[in-house]
Design a protein around this ligand. Structure first.
Ligand SMILES: [Zn+2]
Ligand SMILES: [Zn+2]
Length: 216
């Protein structure tokens, strides 16, 4: 059984619960490791408070659960740069996420256009993700290819093989809420890459929901 959830959002960004409430729920579920991950931007100011809160909880619940801190930053261009504050000291994991497909600096492919020209969308996405894999800052690739699956775009074998090969240094997230990665990508990632499991829960209730879903 999976004993971790490494992608839980708190009130620090768009989640409903405090980190402590999430920790208590995770302990009730029986997880032995969680990562609280919140969305950041270049101008995010709460990061030191977030890091301190996680450190406080780590000490308080030390004997019950391992608590990690993460930040989820979106990819902003085809060079694989992230929307990150300058100082990210104390954060355990940086998650790189492609929520929209970049086409140039902070410009994105309108989501309606993805399914209209799938190969074009895939090409932009592939360019960006390959650069992200070379960027030393992020450690985790959040919900890999979710943006493509949402619009009916699936990864060709060649693309999958390249990502597995070039992503050796990264950790791929198996994201439950987005069901990403899928199909052959998921099979290969599970076999050949470092992986973590995350639900992308935005509340204690969702955390509970996904823990039940895993058990089934
Ligand atoms: Zn995300
Ligand atoms: Zn997320």
């Amino acid at each position: 059984m999976i004993k971790e959830d490494r992608h839980i959002h708190s009130k620090f960004s768009d989640g409903l619960n405090t980190p402590e409430e999430l920790v208590k729920t995770a302990i009730k579920i029986g997880y032995n490791k969680i990562c609280i991950v919140d969305h950041v931007r270049e101008n995010t100011l709460w990061l030191p408070d977030f890091v301190n809160d996680i450190l406080r909880l780590r000490k308080k619940y030390d004997s019950k659960i391992e608590i990690l801190s993460g930040i989820e930053a979106k990819v902003i261009n085809l060079k694989g740069d992230l929307d990150l504050p300058k100082n990210i000291e104390g954060v355990d994991f940086v998650y790189a996420a492609i929520h929209r497909i970049p086409i140039e600096e902070r410009k994105y492919l309108p989501s309606g256009e993805i399914s209209v020209n799938k190969s074009r969308a895939l090409a932009f996405w592939f360019t960006a993700i390959r650069k992200v894999l070379k960027n030393p800052i992020p450690t985790v690739i959040a919900h890999p290819a979710a943006i493509l699956y949402q619009h009916g775009v699936y990864l060709p074998k060649k693309v999958i093989n390249t990502l597995i090969k070039e992503g050796k240094e990264k950790i791929f997230e198996i994201n439950l809420r987005h069901r990403a990665p899928r199909g052959e990508f998921l099979t290969k990632v599970l076999k050949k890459s470092k992986v973590i499991y995350g639900s992308d829960a935005h509340s204690s209730d969702e955390l509970l929901f996904w823990s039940n879903w895993i058990r089934k």
